[in-house]
Design a protein around this ligand. Sequence first.
Ligand SMILES: Cc1cc2nc3c(=O)[nH]c(=O)nc-3n(C[C@H](O)[C@H](O)[C@H](O)COP(=O)(O)OP(=O)(O)OC[C@H]3O[C@@H](n4cnc5c(N)ncnc54)[C@H](O)[C@@H]3O)c2cc1C
Length: 514
Amino acid sequence: MNEIQIILSPEQAANEHFIKLKIAAEMNVNLCDISHFQIVKKSIDARGRFPLVILKLRVFTGEIPQYKYENEFDYKNVSGKREVIIVGGGPAGLFAALRLIERGLCPIILERGKDIHERKKDIAQINRNNEVNENSNYCFGEGGAGTFSDGKLFSRSKKRGNTQRILEIFHYHGAQDEILYEAHPHIGSDRLPKIVENIRKTITDCGGKVIFNTKVTDFIIKNSKIEGVKTANDDIFRSNAVILATGHSARDIYQIFADKKIDMQPKGFAVGVRVEHPQELIDEIQYNKQKNRYLPAASYNLAAQVEGRGVYSFCMCPGGIIVPSATDEKQIVVNGMSSSLRNSPFANSGIVVEINPEDLPDYQQFGALAGLHFQQDLENLAFINNGGKFQTAPAQRLTDFVKSKLSADLPQCSYLPKIISSPLHFWLPEIIGKRLQEGFLQFDRKIKGFLTNEAVVVGVETRTSSPIRILRDETSLQHIQIQGLYPCGEGAGYSGGITSSAVDGERAAEAVKL
Ligand SMILES: Cc1cc2nc3c(=O)[nH]c(=O)nc-3n(C[C@H](O)[C@H](O)[C@H](O)COP(=O)(O)OP(=O)(O)OC[C@H]3O[C@@H](n4cnc5c(N)ncnc54)[C@H](O)[C@@H]3O)c2cc1C
């Protein structure tokens, strides 16, 4: 087996025969000697005049190898074994459950939302009829916030544990081969539901349980030790180990903690808007007008500093759509998702401003919940500024936003519940609006043509990460006051995104002591 790197045009890279010809030339072997090749990494270099595809390959000139995962996972039968309660069935909760099974412990996932099939119906209701079910929506339900998303599986941070293992577990449960070698792997909203369902099947086949429509409303704590949880249906689930993986939208959980005086801390987060361009325009800019059908929808990754705070693109969805991800009817929250083919005519991305706890002096009365109240006020403000009309989102042409001018009309937008013209520059708090305006000007200097009348700004993007950290001991990963409670994932403030939340869920499961 040899590992080589070859550089091809996008068209050549899409042709297996051509790749083999190039390998033969590179390795100085006959075409018929190449029994198999495996792509280890694929990336696109769009810096030059013509975009190029860089392939790192494993080439076999003997027998055909079986693909072998770098990591091993061994899902045992855990029926009748000691039970661990997991609150929340998002990436952190699901991967915690799989890891517990490997450890011979029996996971019981309590999930406030519905299973994937019922959840799909509620998602359709939001888009068609603007009806938001507070327990089943883009954030809540089987698979958590990541189920109806672009399914990007990379994170900004390089320090977040073994992400290859997470990719392999997704692959084992049905994700496409490409996620194992693409430089920026993504699964897509059309494939994620089936994969999430397969993960649930592994858990239940091994004897674990996933219980839907079960919202945890209280924690049973005696002598600073967790003994179980209570649910909205008045059921009690008992265990001396509870993994808390409720995500950043579970505001009621933070309130329960505040009422019980359980230690939490405010942390930095980011809020802003989603901006949408025609995908064609982003392709033209990023591929030097060389886009062809062999290249994927182009993306961008932008960052600027304005008045000491970061302004940056977040969760970009090339060939995607903007989605209504509120968890309550009287709030507007936007986010983005794409299918595996990323083939919608739009490119959207969150453009957000970093907020530090000291940026919110008017919210200090709320203590650790300051950022949460700020997020909530913004979401309500967006609702009021849509004219109080269901999930219609306030929007403005990008150039008008930067020039502080109301838009007379709006370009086409992918957001299904409709957009309405609104002066976001005027009603967004200055610490966000002014910084976004300056940030957009800087972005246009980085990628010429970004600032265009054809782009639209849609408000508000508030659920980028948790504004709160639920404090845990660095070694035991248990809450600093409550033995047996393991806060993890994005809601507890220890991860951001699908992959790092899954990694953190695994870490929590490894730390469980019973
Ligand atoms: C539309 C959208 C697109 C996204 N796109 C991407 C992307 O492409 N790539 C990426 O990396 N990240 C993306 N994200 C973010 C990503 O989904 C989250 O970072 C990730 O899901 C966090 O994982 P988690 O398990 O910590 O929490 P969550 O996924 O939020 O899961 C928490 C779960 O807990 C449940 N829960 C909450 N409260 C209770 C309770 N009281 N009782 C029982 N259950 C409860 C919820 O219903 C939910 O299922 C996206 C998010 C959204 C909303």
